[in-house]
Design a protein around this ligand. Structure first.
Ligand SMILES: [Ca+2]
Ligand SMILES: [Ca+2]
Length: 666
C-alpha cells in the first residue's frame, strides 16, 4: 500500500511539476546519515548560498492549485558558515485545518537545525496551514540551515483548489546580530558595555534575535559611559506582544533605567511595535531590562547604542528641517540672538525671543532655537508675547504660510514633525515636547515697523507638568496619591492647561485606607478622540480607569472627547484606583483637570441626600488639621468642598456651571 501510493505520487507529481519553476526530485535530497527522506518518500529542492543573497521559492504549480497526495517535499536552505536564513511568505493558501485544529495539508519549518538535514529525531518548530492571515509571515533559522517540509493529503477525485505558497528566502550575515558587549559571568542573559578609546558604539538584541524570543526570557544590558559622556540608545525594531497600549499592563516589555540598576528612574518603557525609539541617559549609565511571560512570543527588539560626548543636534532626529537658502539671510550675526542651542545641562530654563525684542525684528530672517535634554526631560514652552506681522488683514482663519511665523517641531517615532505653526497676534497655547528635544523656528518674511515679535519661556521639566502627587520613579510618568498623606486634591493631564504632549502615557495611582473608595470628578475634560469607545484604532487619545495596579479593567469604560456631565464622576471599587491618560502621535487637546477624594463608607452615606451645609462643615473640620496646602491648592479645595457636598447629579450640574465657563468669565 505504502509503496503503491509512493509510486502514484511520483507519477502524478512528475507530470505536474513540468510547469513549475521548482524541480523537486528524490535525487536532490541531501544524504548524510539520515534516511528521513527515504522513509517519508520525499522529493527535495535545495537552495544554497554560494554568494547568492536571495531568491524565490514556491509550492508546486504555484500560482495554480498544488497537487494532492504530496507525501513530502523538503526545501533545504543552506547558508555559509556565518549566515542565517530568513524566509518571508508573500502568499499562502493551504487547505484549512479541520475543526480540531489539525492540519491535513501543511508546511513544517525546522529552524533550529545543526546540519542541513532533518532526520527521524528532528523536531519541527512550526507547522501551519490555512490562509495568509493565520501564518507567521517571516521565519528565521538559528544557524546556517533551515528546512521547510510541504505535505498535502491524499484526496480521492478532484484535487483541492488551493494555490499553495510563494516566499522569498534570504541569506543574512549573522555577525550583524551579535551583541557587541561582554557577557556577565553567572547570569543567563546579562551583558555589559563599557565605553573606551576603541569602543564607542555597537548593537544589542533580545535573546535569539532575529528569531522570536523564548518564553519567560529575561535579559539585562548595562551601559557604562566615561565621565562627561552620555549613553544614547536607538531601538530600530521593537516587536513585543502587548495586550493594550499601556506597557504597564503588558507582560512583555523593555524598560530603560537612568542609572546602573532597576532602582534608577525609568526613562523608557516599550511594548508593542515601534521602529525608532531613542533614549538618552542623563548621566553616564543606563540599564535596560527585557522581560516576557510564557505566552505569545514575538520577534523582540534590535537596538544600537552610542557613547556620546556632547548631545549632537545631528543625532537627535532634527535633521529634516530644511535649510532654505532662498529666504534666509545670514542669521547668526552677533547683533541679535538667533539660532540658539539650549542644552538641559547648561540652561534648565530661560526665555527665547525674536531678535531685538520688543523692538521690530528684521525682515527675511530665520532663527532656530534648539532644545536638547536627556532622560525623561520634556521641554515646556509658554508664550508670553506674540505680535508678528501679517501681510493682509486676516479674514477668517489666518494662513501662516505667507506670514511671519513661529513653528514648533517635535520628534515622533524618530521623525521630526511640525507640531504647529502660529502667526499674527494670538498667543499660542502652552506646549510640551513628546521626547527630550524640541525645535522652535522663527521665520520673518516681511516684518514691519510696528511689530514687537515674540517671547516665550522654556523649562526642562521631568514631572510632565503635573504638580500634585508624588512622582514614582518606577515608571515614566507615574504619580502616587495616598490617603494617609492627603485625603483630597487635584490631578491634571500632563502640561495642563496647555496642549498635552503627544505619545505620552501617565498613570495616577490612588492608595486609600481600609474601606475607603476613590471619587474622581472631572471639572474640565477635552481629550481628542472618537466616542464612545475611544480606541487606538480610531486615533483616539483617552483616559481610562482600573481597579488593578498592573492589568486593564475591562468593566471600566474609557473617556475621550467632551463627555457629558453624568460621565464625569468616577468611583473606584475599593481603596486602590488607577487613572491612565494616553495620547497618541497626532491631534492635540487641552486634557483634563479633576478633583479626587478618598471617601470612607461613612462619608458616602452621609453625602446621600443630606443638606450640603453640614457636610461642608464636616469636610472643613476634617481638612482643618492639614496645613500643607499652598494657596492655589486651597483655592481648588474651596471649590471642591462645595462640590463634594452634593449628590452626584447636583455636582455634575454645578461642575459644568462653575468650571466650564470660558476662562474670561470664571
Ligand atoms: Ca508574552
Ligand atoms: Ca492625539
Amino acid at each position: 500500500m505504502h509503496v503503491s501510493l509512493a509510486l502514484m505520487f511520483v507519477y502524478t507529481t512528475g507530470l505536474l511539476y513540468q510547469c513549475s519553476s521548482i524541480n523537486p526530485a528524490p535525487e536532490n535530497c541531501l544524504n548524510y546519515e539520515s534516511t528521513y527522506h527515504i522513509t517519508r518518500a520525499c522529493d527535495c529542492v535545495v537552495y544554497q548560498s554560494y554568494g547568492l543573497n536571495n531568491g524565490i521559492f514556491t509550492s508546486p504549480n504555484f500560482p495554480q492549485f498544488y497537487p494532492s497526495n504530496i507525501n513530502c517535499i523538503l526545501y533545504s536552505f543552506i547558508g555559509d558558515a556565518s549566515e542565517i536564513i530568513e524566509l518571508t511568505f508573500m502568499s499562502f493558501d493551504l487547505k484549512m485545518p479541520d475543526p480540531s485544529g489539525r492540519c491535513g495539508d501543511y508546511v513544517r519549518i525546522f529552524q533550529n537545525l545543526e546540519r542541513p538535514e532533518v532526520n527521524e529525531h528532528s523536531q519541527y518548530d512550526l507547522e501551519f496551514c490555512g490562509g495568509y492571515s493565520s501564518i507567521p509571515k517571516t521565519v528565521f533559522s538559528a544557524g546556517r540551515s533551515l528546512v521547510l517540509e510541504f505535505h498535502s493529503d491524499f484526496r480521492v477525485g478532484k484535487p483541492g483548489n488551493y494555490t499553495g505558497f510563494k516566499g522569498n528566502y534570504q541569506f543574512l550575515d549573522k555577525r550583524n546580530y551579535l551583541i557587541t558587549g561582554s557577557r556577565v559571568e553567572g547570569h543567563k542573559c546579562m551583558f555589559d558595555f563599557h565605553s573606551n578609546i576603541s569602543h564607542h558604539s555597537g548593537r544589542f538584541f533580545s535573546p535569539g534575535y532575529p528569531q522570536d524570543y523564548k518564553p519567560n526570557s529575561s535579559c539585562r544590558f548595562r551601559f557604562f559611559a566615561r565621565l562627561g559622556e552620555r549613553v544614547r540608545l536607538l531601538f530600530t525594531n521593537i516587536q513585543l506582544h502587548h495586550i493594550d497600549a499601556s506597557c504597564r499592563d503588558s507582560p512583555d516589555v523593555i524598560t530603560v533605567y537612568d542609572g546602573t540598576n532597576e532602582s534608577a528612574p525609568v526613562i523608557g518603557e516599550f511594548c508593542g511595535v515601534h521602529n525608532a525609539e531613542e533614549v538618552i541617559s542623563t548621566g553616564t549609565n543606563l540599564f535596560v531590562a527585557f522581560t516576557c511571560d510564557d505566552r505569545n512570543q514575538k520577534q523582540g527588539f534590535a537596538a544600537s547604542y552610542e557613547f556620546i560626548n556632547k548631545i549632537s543636534t545631528q543625532n537627535n532626529g532634527v535633521r529634516s528641517i530644511k535649510n532654505d537658502s532662498n529666504s534666509a539671510m545670514p542669521t547668526s550675526s552677533s547683533q541679535f540672538q538667533c539660532n540658539e542651542n539650549m542644552d538641559s545641562r547648561s540652561h534648565r530654563n530661560g526665555t527665547i525671543s525674536s531678535p531685538f525684542y520688543p523692538e521690530p525684528y528684521p525682515s527675511n530672517i530665520r532663527c532656530r532655537y534648539i532644545f536638547t535634554g536627556g532622560g525623561r526631560e520634556r521641554i515646556q514652552l509658554r508664550f508670553l508675547h506674540m505680535d508678528l506681522h501679517v501681510p493682509r488683514e486676516p479674514t477668517s482663519a489666518v494662513d501662516c504660510k505667507e506670514a511671519d511665523s513661529v513653528s514648533v517641531y517635535i520628534v515622533i517615532n524618530g521623525k521630526t514633525e511640525v507640531l504647529n505653526t502660529w502667526c499674527g497676534r494670538k498667543l499660542p497655547p502652552m506646549l510640551m515636547s513628546s521626547q527630550h528635544n524640541m525645535i522652535v523656528e522663527f521665520q520673518s518674511l516681511h516684518s514691519s515697523k510696528s511689530v514687537t515679535g515674540f517671547k516665550a519661556q522654556y523649562s526642562f521639566v521631568t514631572n510632565f507638568g503635573i504638580h500634585e502627587g508624588q512622582q514614582d520613579n518606577r515608571g515614566m510618568c507615574v504619580f502616587n496619591y495616598q490617603s494617609s498623606v492627603k485625603s483630597s486634591g487635584e490631578i491634571t493631564s500632563p502640561n495642563y492647561n496647555g496642549l498635552y504632549p503627544r505619545n505620552t502615557e501617565c498613570h495616577y495611582l490612588f492608595y486609600g485606607r481600609g474601606k475607603e473608595r476613590v471619587q474622581i470628578i472631572f471639572v474640565d475634560f477635552d481629550v481628542d478622540g472618537l466616542t464612545p469607545r475611544c480606541e487606538e484604532s480610531t486615533y483616539s487619545d483617552y483616559v481610562s480607569f482600573s481597579n488593578f495596579a498592573e492589568t486593564e479593567d475591562r468593566k471600566m469604560t474609557r473617556l475621550c472627547g467632551q463627555p457629558p456631565a453624568e460621565k464625569r464622576e468616577i468611583w473606584s471599587d475599593g481603596p486602590f484606583f488607577r487613572v491612565i491618560f494616553k495620547s497618541n502621535e497626532m491631534y492635540d487637546s487641552t486634557g483634563f483637570q479633576a478633583y479626587y477624594q478618598f471617601k470612607g463608607p461613612q462619608d458616602e452615606h452621609e453625602e446621600e441626600g443630606n443638606p450640603h451645609g453640614t457636610i461642608i462643615e464636616r469636610d472643613r473640620k476634617r481638612n482643618s488639621g492639614n496645613t500643607a496646602y499652598n494657596s492655589s491648592e486651597r483655592k481648588h479645595m474651596a471649590g471642591y468642598l462645595t462640590l463634594a457636598s452634593m449628590t452626584s447629579l447636583t455636582v455634575a450640574c454645578l461642575t459644568l456651571g462653575l468650571f466650564l465657563l470660558p476662562p474670561r468669565l470664571a
